[in-house]
Write a protein that binds this ligand. Structure first.
Ligand SMILES: CC/C=C\C/C=C\C/C=C\C/C=C\C/C=C\C/C=C\CCC(=O)SCCNC(=O)CCNC(=O)[C@H](O)C(C)(C)COP(=O)(O)OP(=O)(O)OC[C@H]1O[C@@H](n2cnc3c(N)ncnc32)[C@H](O)[C@@H]1OP(=O)(O)O
Ligand code: NKO
Length: 377
């Protein structure tokens, strides 16, 4: 292990990065709160400001991945579709097997200039995660309870609001609805069998209602579906903690652009279309596991310096007062201040550990387990 790598893996470095992320995130959340009155007067301006504020938070994680860990991202895609990426609204369909799949998604958003405005159909629990969840509220992220009876109306309403969104956005859908685990896979394949659908090896059976409602409500707003399949080289199972301690991974993403008009409007046909798409995705993953690559040409966009510049800016802004405080602390020698500083450090590390925990598959929800196939009609 090199000296730099050793340094990156030190706990106190992680603590400093976490402090910068948490404190700058809370400052950004506060600024977002201040834009509330502006929504009443000039909604489009409020949205544009919030896109930039969200960029300040999300791009710190992207910088950690691209610049700190040096993780590389290769894009396999058709050269004819490539010039359209970032220039049109799109619905992105992505497999949900990795702890940092959302971060890889963000990295591509950054490279195509849509990071601040990127959206997702997210489980409601994430709305309460400090910094990220609070930021999403101002970004008009669509939340769902994964209970169709309730989601049908709320998801439709949230999607309708995006019709006049002032900047280009990608709307991410993890149609599997939860992270892949062997147990969830086994249960979802029982569901597939009970529905007479072919079994999938690398994916859970997709939930089709969210996809259908998204496509229907974004017709005329989004131009295409980007069918995206992600994998990592050398059978790696990357983690956010790995990224933050400087571990380098190599992600491969296969993207196919499918014009929205080619997707059926009828719910049953749309559902069958999505099942077929997942059967194809499964074949791409099988191809990857056999050959170590996806089909088609490679066209990788380079990383941009903006995420790093933003991160450096927040490091300077947040570390300056921390430095002053430390000097004061050491020179005062007061037991009370030292105990307070230790308490703050502990709170930061517990808070960040909890947030990182949200990304860990071993802490994944029971969704997809609790509904036994026998309960399905
Ligand atoms: C060029 C570069 C291209 C791309 C770059 C890539 C990406 C970048 C893009 C954007 C980035 C943006 C942001 C990223 C940042 C962060 C994101 C982080 C995380 C958030 C992600 C989540 O929170 S995922 C969880 C929430 N999302 C979803 O669940 C979406 C999918 N779900 C649905 O669509 C659901 O239908 C629903 C949520 C709308 C409703 O849920 P409900 O449970 O009520 O679902 P259903 O009614 O569908 O369920 C009943 C049907 O399911 C069948 N069933 C029962 N048991 C199972 C089972 N175990 N497995 C499968 N199916 C099952 C049942 O039979 C019912 O079937 P029907 O035939 O009746 O439908
Ligand atoms: C430099 C930064 C230092 C500190 C970084 C801490 C950042 C914490 C970021 C938390 C972001 C949370 C996003 C989680 C996304 C996710 O993967 O959600 C899972 C859901 O899809 C499905 O849930 P489940 O049903 O439980 O599998």
């Amino acid at each position: 292990m090199g000296l730099l790598q050793l340094l990156k893996s030190q706990f106190w470095i992680l603590l400093i990065l976490s402090y910068v992320f948490l404190m700058s995130g809370l400052v950004v959340n506060l600024l977002q709160l201040c834009t509330l009155p502006l929504w009443l007067v000039n909604k489009q301006l409020a949205r544009r400001i919030n896109i930039r504020l969200a960029y300040c938070i999300a791009s710190q994680l992207v910088a950690a991945m691209e610049w700190w860990s040096g993780t590389e991202c290769t894009l396999y895609t058709d050269p004819k579709s490539y010039p359209l990426y970032g220039k049109e609204n799109a619905i992105v369909v992505l497999n949900h097997s990795f702890e940092i799949d959302f971060l890889c998604g963000w990295t591509f958003c950054e490279r195509f200039g849509v990071l601040g405005s990127s959206k997702v159909l997210a489980k409601k629990e994430l709305a309460y995660v400090p910094v990220i969840g609070w930021m999403w509220y101002f970004l008009e992220i669509v939340f769902c309870k994964r209970k169709w009876e309730e989601d049908r109306t709320t998801v439709t309403q949230s999607l309708q609001k995006l019709h006049d969104y002032p900047e280009k956005f990608w709307f991410l859908l993890f149609c599997e609805g939860t992270r892949f685990t062997p147990k969830k896979h086994q249960i979802s394949m029982q569901v597939a069998e009970s529905k007479g659908l072919p079994k999938l090896k690398h994916h859970l059976l997709p939930r089709t209602k969210g996809f259908w409602v998204t496509v229907q409500n974004l017709r005329g707003t989004a131009a295409a579906v980007y069918d995206s399949t992600l994998n990592f080289r050398n059978n790696e199972a990357p983690t956010l903690l790995g990224i933050l301690t400087g571990k380098k991974y190599h992600a491969d993403l296969y993207v196919r652009r499918i014009p929205l008009e080619s997707i059926p409007e009828d719910e049953a046909e749309c559902s069958a279309w999505l099942h077929k798409l997942y059967q194809e995705k499964d074949r791409f993953q099988e191809h990857y596991s056999q050959t170590g690559r996806f089909p088609g040409p490679v066209r990788s966009p380079p990383r941009r310096p903006w995420s790093l510049i933003n991160w450096m800016f927040w490091c300077c802004v947040m570390l300056y007062p921390l430095g002053l405080l430390l000097i004061q602390l050491i020179s005062s020698g007061s037991m009370f201040t030292i105990v307070s500083a230790v308490a703050v450090c502990s709170a930061v590390s517990v808070g960040i550990r909890w947030m990182i925990g949200q990304t860990e598959i071993k802490r994944s929800s029971n969704y997809g387990i609790k509904e036994a196939p026998l309960n399905n009609n």
